[in-house]
Design a protein around this ligand. Structure first.
Ligand code: AHR
Length: 497
């Protein structure tokens, strides 16, 4: 067993759009209440936001956060969440069957995002509502002053407009579970007309149209094709969502699931470009993979939650070591498609299927998946280079010819840095690798970080970070050839300067 790789400055895929390191906060479970916001906590700031959570979000360098849903947005009245708190209504939240207190709304979230160093990706309700609520919301958030909605914002204490640039036209409108679910034709028409109105209010915005909720949807990829056929000229991105799990405890197959994501991305690119060809258009629609993660550990527990409670612990997946490996491979897949995937959102960010967890009366802590996300978000900024990789392959239940090693690399010209991200999926054996770095003369090895653990099911807890990065001191760089041992089932980050 041995892997070989060639990396060259000339083998460029594209500049990485940093928004692929985005994430997502939905009014769901303990993401907002008890997650980012908990006024009674000792770490709360003057607005009630937990400073310990903000610190961890900053460590992830999250450039953009999608809000307020998710399924929740499809029955949400944004007006409920602005203005004096004592006047805000409590509502039945239909997507997750809880009570929404509306203590946090648009303005507070914009404040939180600023504190966390992120932009906001705002979703509008195209389930129960439509053009009118969307155009009012963008007038409220983005118009300077002198109109009903912009002056209402000012009266709420926000003199300057929020200037929100990126907007989602609804959420998972193809899904029968969605409140206000629509056929592709119904959605395409509504998306087009809502987009038109929103861009009349603020022509500088960018809009994401809903694609399919996952590759298993019976309407995939026709939903994308029909929607784009109608709305092509008015939208800028199409969204993709996908979650993975290891329900059958078949790790070899589980770790290959980034190939499903790769296939999904390629199919959506083909669909976008087919409509482009059909329309003789010069415009290219790019991809926003604005929900992705592992989600399955909490499914059974969620069945037992009583409806109509406030911020119950929903979707609280407790991630293990093998989940972190798959997350590494999924991030590598985004980098391999840096030319077309321009935005992505790990779903979600705090407590709800999240890299960051909080204790109600205690600290915030890092799940296993925090680490690959932090590594790629920190070091994966620059130009994505295409690695030429020769590596043995395996077959699993759903996939054939799965390379044992996944690789991506990012060249940061400005800082003269090269980072190589690698996953070794071999369950029994380490993998020696030789990387020919021909064009990176005079580069030195800075460090080889890794995530390794003997137990694929090892988890982190509030008190113990069982899965956290270590250093591999055995890697060498001699005459432009980097030699390393990738430990069995490992995540690796090799940095050169
Ligand atoms: O992220 C959790 C949920 O998954 C979102 O609300 C929805 O869009 C998706 O089905």
């Amino acid at each position: 067993l041995k892997a070989k790789m060639v990396l060259d400055k000339q083998f460029q895929i594209a500049k990485v759009d940093e928004r692929i390191y985005g994430s997502f906060i939905e009014h769901l479970g303990r993401a907002v209440y008890g997650g980012i916001y908990q006024p009674e906590h000792s770490e709360a700031d003057e607005q009630g936001f937990r400073k310990d959570v903000i610190e961890l979000v900053k460590e992830l360098r999250v450039p953009i956060v999608r809000y307020p849903g998710g399924n929740m947005v499809s029955a949400y009245n944004w007006e409920d969440g602005v203005g004096p708190r004592e006047d805000r209504p409590r509502r039945l939240e239909l997507a997750w069957r809880t009570i929404e207190t509306n203590e946090v709304g648009t303005n507070e979230f914009v404040d939180w995002a600023k504190k966390a160093g992120s932009d906001v990706m705002m979703a509008v309700n195209l389930g129960t509502r439509g053009i009118d609520a969307a155009r009012n919301l963008i007038e409220y958030t983005n118009h300077p002053s002198g109109t009903y909605w912009s002056d209402l914002r000012r009266s709420h204490g926000y003199e300057a407009p929020h200037a929100i640039k990126t907007w989602c036209l609804g959420n998972e409108m193809d899904g029968p579970w969605q409140v206000g679910h629509k056929t592709a034709y119904e959605y395409g028409r509504l998306a087009q007309e809502t987009a038109k109105a929103m861009k009349l209010v603020d022509p500088t915005i960018e809009l994401v149209a809903c694609g399919s909720s996952n590759t298993g949807m019976p309407t995939f990829p026709e939903y994308e094709a029909t929607t784009l056929d109608i709305a092509y000229d008015h939208v800028d991105y199409i969204s993709l969502h996908q979650y993975y799990g290891n329900r059958s405890n078949d790790t070899a197959n589980y770790l290959a699931k980034n190939h499903d994501m790769d296939h999904f991305i390629k199919t959506v690119i083909a669909t976008c470009d087919y409509i482009k060809a059909k329309k003789r258009s010069k415009k290219t629609i790019n991809l926003s993979f604005d929900e992705w993660n592992v989600w399955y550990h909490s499914n059974d527990a969620d069945q037992k939650i009583e409806p109509w409670s406030i911020a119950p612990p929903q979707l609280e997946d407790h991630y293990n070591f093998e989940d972190a490996l798959l997350i590494g491979s999924l991030l590598i897949t985004f980098l391999q498609h840096a030319d077309r995937v321009k935005m992505a959102a790990m779903a979600q960010l705090v407590n709800v299927i999240a890299p960051i967890m909080t204790e109600n009366n205690g600290r915030a802590w890092k799940q296993t998946i925090f680490y690959p996300y932090a590594h790629v978000s920190t070091y994966g900024r620059g130009i994505s280079l295409k690695p030429i990789l020769t590596v043995p392959k395996y077959d699993s239940k759903d996939f054939t010819d799965v390379p044992y090693v996944d690789a991506a690399s990012v060249y940061n010209e400005e800082h003269e840095e090269l980072t190589i991200f690698l996953v070794n999926k071999h369950l029994e054996s380490s993998m020696p690798i030789e990387i020919d770095l021909r064009s990176f003369t005079n580069y030195q090895l800075v460090e080889h970080m890794q995530l390794v653990h003997n137990d694929l099911k090892a988890v982190n807890t509030k008190d113990h970070q069982a899965v956290s990065p270590t250093y591999n001191a055995d890697s060498t760089l001699v005459d432009g050839v980097l030699t390393a041992q990738l430990a069995k089932t490992s995540w690796n980050v090799i940095r050169l300067r």
